[in-house]
Design a protein around this ligand. Structure first.
Ligand code: ZN
Ligand code: ZN
Length: 186
C-alpha cells in the first residue's frame, strides 16, 4: 500500500526483497494510494505525525480481513512527538506498519540519487517495521535488521536480515499467533 501521491517509488524492489526475506508469505502490492491526513501535518516542524498515519493504515488493515500485514510506504518526512524524525513505525504486534522514504534517499544527505541504495535502505526499514508487526522488539546486534536506526549510518550498517536470535523469536511468535494487544514502536 502507498500513502499519498508520488512517483518513482521503489515499491516493486521492496516487494521482491520482502519475498526473499519472508519466503512463506505471499507479498502483494496494493496499488491504492491515500492522501496524507491533513491532521497529521505539523506546520512548525514541516513533518507529519507517523502515529496518525499509522492509525489510518490500521483502519484499512482492519477492514481487509484477507491481509495479514499491511505496509504503507510514504514519501514524506515523519515524526513521533518524542523524536526528531522516524524512518517508520509499526504496531507491535499488529497488522499495520509504515515506512518513509524521505530520509532514506541519498539526496536528503546531499548525495546523488541512487535507486539501488534507496531500495536497499527501504527494504531494511520495511523488514524492521514488519518485524515489529510480527512482535519483535529492538535488538542490540548492530548488524541485525531489528537494530534501532537513529541515523542513516545505522541503517547502512545493518543487514536486511534478522539475526539468529530474532529469527528464532519471530518463528516462536508466529507459532503462537495470538495477538491480544499491541503498542507502537518506531
Ligand atoms: Zn536481532
Ligand atoms: Zn524499531
Amino acid at each position: 500500500m502507498r500513502i499519498g501521491q508520488a512517483n518513482s517509488y521503489p515499491v516493486s524492489g521492496i516487494q521482491e526483497n520482502l519475498k526473499i526475506i519472508f519466503p512463506d508469505t505471499e507479498c502483494a502490492i496494493i496499488t491504492e494510494t491515500f492522501p496524507i491526513p491533513e491532521e497529521a501535518f505539523n506546520k512548525a516542524r514541516k513533518q507529519s505525525r507517523s502515529d496518525i498515519i499509522l492509525s489510518k493504515i490500521h483502519n484499512y488493515a482492519k477492514k481487509e480481513k484477507t491481509l495479514d500485514k499491511v505496509l504503507g510506504i510514504i514519501d514524506a518526512d515523519i515524526f513521533v512527538p518524542e523524536l526528531n524524525f522516524v524512518f517508520g513505525e509499526a504496531e507491535c504486534p499488529g497488522k499495520a506498519a509504515l515506512v518513509s522514504l524521505w530520509r532514506l534517499r541519498p539526496e536528503f544527505y546531499g548525495k546523488p540519487p541512487n535507486t539501488e541504495l534507496l531500495e536497499e535502505r527501504s527494504t531494511k526499514e520495511a523488514v524492521h517495521e514488519l518485524g515489529h508487526a510480527v512482535g519483535l522488539r529492538h535488538c542490540s546486534n548492530p548488524f541485525c535488521v531489528m537494530f534501532f536506526s537513529n541515523s542513516i549510518f545505522e541503517t547502512d550498517r545493518k543487514k536486511s536480515l534478522f539475526c539468529n536470535k530474532c529469527h528464532a523469536k519471530a518463528e516462536k511468535i508466529i507459532k503462537m499467533q495470538e495477538v491480544k494487544s499491541f503498542e507502537r514502536q518506531v
